[in-house]
Design a binder for this molecule. Structure first.
Ligand code: ADP
Ligand code: ADP
Length: 229
């Protein structure tokens, strides 16, 4: 289970300009599909439709054969883990931020998730460790650190479907590499849509879709595309 199908999806935010112009793809259970394309191509719009922030004007999106127009936004949020590009954390402890949505998780599980997100040793180096407060009057975490807290949260939540907004342009290359490793761990075994700006960041995808002005203009496996471009 965990098959995502976009079937000839047409979408416009307003009547002026179509944004998605008949987008079709299938993400098989456990597969990683990368959506690559220039800024403004419609990549984030695809993730917004998955959460039903907006409804397509034509075509449909299904998860395991069910049209998501019949699924509540709440169920979609539960089923789909999202690691956004700009993570906003709660002004609370690091443990709270990791455990958010999985209140039954033990401290052991929280630590294991932080370890997989490659942030455990950093957290343990803080004076208050997992109880350190995040936010205005507490810790100022870097973008990469915040993103890894979000990754730890997603690992703990273990949703069947994942959307990774992989744009890591604001991060230095060391952090970027660490984050990609952490993201690769979360996506293992789960149906994953990776939104990326550059082909170089999506080595592990089973299929890459090139989106340009709302159309998939090319698709294939990584090596195939590298040879062409
Ligand atoms: P990408 O993620 O590929 O950069 P987006 O899906 O964010 O692209 O946006 C696709 C196009 O839709 C862009 O031209 C953007 O300006 C436009 N757009 C995004 N959000 C809205 C909105 N709420 N209202 C109108 N246009 C929007
Ligand atoms: P962007 O265009 O910056 O890639 P979106 O416009 O799709 O991102 O979403 C805006 C922000 O809303 C994201 O950065 C993310 O923090 C948040 N967001 C979107 N979907 C979810 C979700 N299902 N759960 C939690 N946060 C979400």
């Amino acid at each position: 289970e965990g098959r995502i199908v976009f079937d000839d999806v047409v979408f416009a935010y307003d009547s002026k300009r179509p944004i998605l112009q008949g987008v079709s793809f299938t993400a098989e259970p456990g597969a990683t599909i990368a959506i690559v394309g220039p800024s403004g191509a419609g990549k984030s719009t695809i993730s917004r439709l998955m959460f039903r922030f907006y409804e397509p004007q034509a075509g449909r999106v299904t998860i395991d054969g069910q049209d998501i127009s019949a699924v509540t936004q709440r169920s979609l949020r539960e089923a789909i883990g999202m690691v956004p590009q700009d993570t906003v954390l709660f002004n609370d402890s690091i443990a709270y931020n990791i455990r958010y949505g999985r209140w039954d998780a033990s401290m052991e599980e929280v630590r294991e998730a932080a370890r997989l997100a490659q942030i455990d040793s950093f957290i343990r180096s803080l004076p208050d460790g997992y109880e350190a407060q995040v936010g205005e009057r507490g810790l100022k975490l870097s973008g990469g650190e915040k993103q890894r807290v979000a990754i730890a949260r997603t690992i703990l939540k273990a949703p069947p479907l994942l959307i990774l907004d992989e744009a890591t342009s604001a991060l230095d290359s060391f952090t970027e590499h660490e984050i990609q490793e952490a993201l690769a761990r979360v996506s293992r075994g789960r149906t994953t849509l990776v939104i990326a700006h550059r082909l170089s960041t999506v080595v592990d995808a089973d299929e890459i879709l090139f989106l340009d002005r709302g159309r998939i203009v090319e698709r294939g496996a990584h090596l195939q595309l590298l040879e062409k471009n």
